[in-house]
Design a protein around this ligand. Structure first.
Ligand code: NAD
Length: 488
């Protein structure tokens, strides 16, 4: 059985306790993980704090930090096969997706490598003749980075890249579900040559490890990706250390297809939008809003495509949909689909867990046009389940699209340019895709409105979010200060 270790202060350690990790394709234990306790977390944060103040890191100039990030990117590419295999084994995400995503993860580090020495302060045109005033951009301090199980290497990259470029140090908490790829990634961080304590990687459960990390008095910023309920705990925890937060949360994203859309493209994008990663994607286009005039035709096409999907073992390159990550996730999906059918949703296809080992659920389409309040329409499932609603007018499409507390992403399929612009303006979502879906890039900011969180990942702004400013006042006059009670 494989054994994994935590990485604290440049040292690989067993952790004070261990827990079992299951292979989602078989449901069987395949590895043992280190379970970090509050005291392990305390050591990791203290190491990050020491490293933050150490000359090895604090005095390293930004260009050199960029070089370390570039080396990290090269090493990720070199080890991408191994990292992809581990992510597939421990989370069930199919190898086709993990291989492509990890290759792109290297590009995220490369983008922030280039950005490190372009994070600039400012000189202020101050309103006093004998003063020189400028803003220094300084790293915010120790960052607690917390990720969920899906796409852990990617979700870690969008935090570590900008945080390290800005000069912060990090304690990264991998999810208790499928932490293997991030624990392996610690070896690559070590090899890249970051000074001890600059990046620490632990895993463990929310209630002990996550709680201890987010309340720790030496943490200055919390970068969190996960569900809104956990985010509420984290924001409460941050009342202890008053750390700033960035929150990348869930979604119930609308995928809107107008009757003038290219039907084949829209259907393929919808299949990818909801069934890729077995629907365990924050941006899953999980609510199809379809124009009434093309509803039957579009649903027939989708059903045909959904039923042709190759379901199989995640490490098989031919597999298109693999298992869910956990039994808990499978149970959650079963419950919500069951409830929606009781409420009157019509099953177009799927709606069952598969009769095979592991945590598999069939690609599912639920027509909820008659029951827009169905549980599958209002709850994030994080699984391969599409809920369908229909509309007659553009206004109705917008009302349905924005009728959720979430606001992560939205997709619009139309050939009408003016309509596309109207929709872009009025959709309440942090990302709008027009005639495409699920595209991301290190250059483009990503994040949500409303219950989908705040703060942005990707792009220049993300690096600035890991900085604070120091205002420097320098008096240039040689005249003595005469009056102590009048400051100018
Ligand atoms: P989760 O919120 O249950 O867990 C996420 C992480 O938080 C885990 O590492 C967990 O151990 C930790 N955690 C749990 N309780 C904690 C506490 N009290 N204090 C500190 N940390 C704690 O999320 P999940 O179920 O693992 O993941 C699915 C969710 O993540 C979905 O809602 C999904 O939409 C969201 N997600 C969002 C994005 C995005 O970029 N917006 C990306 C991927 C996933």
């Amino acid at each position: 059985m494989q054994q994994f270790k935590c990485y604290v202060d440049g040292v690989f350690e067993e952790g004070s306790a261990r827990f079992e990790s299951l292979d989602p394709a078989s449901g069987k234990v395949w590895a043992m993980m280190p379970r970090a306790s509050a005291s392990d977390v305390d050591r990791a944060v203290k190491a990050a704090n020491r490293a933050f103040l150490s000359p090895e890191w604090a005095d390293l100039n930004a260009t050199r930090r960029g070089k370390l990030l570039a080396r990290l990117a090269d090493l990720i590419e070199e080890h991408s096969g191994q990292l992809a295999e581990l992510e597939t084994r421990d989370t069930g995400k199919i190898i086709r997706e993990t291989s492509a995503q990890i290759a792109y993860v290297a590009d995220y580090y490369r983008y922030y490598a280039g950005l490190a020495d372009k994070i600039e302060g400012a000189h202020l045109p101050i309103d006093k003749p004998d003063m020189d005033v400028w803003l220094r951009r300084e790293p915010v301090g120790v960052v607690a980075a917390i990720v969920p199980w899906n796409s852990q290497l990617f979700l870690a990259a969008v935090k570590l890249g900008p945080a390290l470029a800005a000069g912060c140090t990090v304690v990264l908490k991998a999810s208790e579900d499928g932490p293997a790829p991030l624990l392996k990634f610690a070896e690559i961080i070590h090899q890249a040559g970051f000074p001890a304590g600059v990046v620490n990687i632990v895993t463990g459960f929310g209630a002990d490890c996550g709680q201890a990390l987010t309340q720790h008095p030496d943490v200055h910023h919390i970068a969190f990706t996960g569900g809104p309920e956990t985010a509420r705990h984290i924001v409460r925890n941050s009342a202890e250390n008053l750390a700033t937060t960035s929150l990348e949360l869930g979604g119930k994203s609308p995928f809107i297809v107008f009757d003038d859309a290219d039907i084949e493209s829209a259907a393929n994008a919808q299949v990818s939008g909801i069934f890729a990663a077995a629907g365990q994607s924050c941006v899953a286009g999980s609510r199809l809003l379809i124009a009434k005039g093309i509803k039957d035709r579009f649903l027939a096409r989708l059903k045909e495509k959904a039923e042709k999907i190759t379901i199989g073992l995640p490490d098989d390159m031919g597999t298109e949909v693999g298992p869910l990550c956990t039994q808990r996730q499978l149970d959650h999906i079963r419950t919500i689909v069951g409830k929606s059918c009781e409420q009157g949703a019509r099953l177009v296809t799927g709606g069952v867990a598969l009769e095979r080992p592991g945590f598999y659920y069939a690609p599912t389409i639920l027509d909820c046009s008659e029951v827009p309040e169905a549980a599958s329409v209002t709850n994030e499932l994080f699984g391969p389940v599409l809920s369908v609603l229909s509309f007659e007018t553009e206004e109705e499409a917008l009302r349905l699209a924005n009728g959720t507390a979430f606001g992560l992403a939205a997709g619009v399929f139309t050939q009408n340019l003016t309509r596309a612009h109207r929709m872009i303006r009025k959709l309440q979502a942090g990302v709008v895709w027009v005639n495409t879906y699920r595209a991301v890039s290190p250059i483009a900011a990503f994040g949500g409105y409303g219950l989908s969180g705040h703060g942005r990942e990707g792009g220049l702004q993300a690096a600035l979010d890991y900085t604070t400013t120091k205002t420097v006042w320098l008096r240039t006059s040689d005249e003595p200060i005469h009056d102590p009670f009048v400051m100018r």
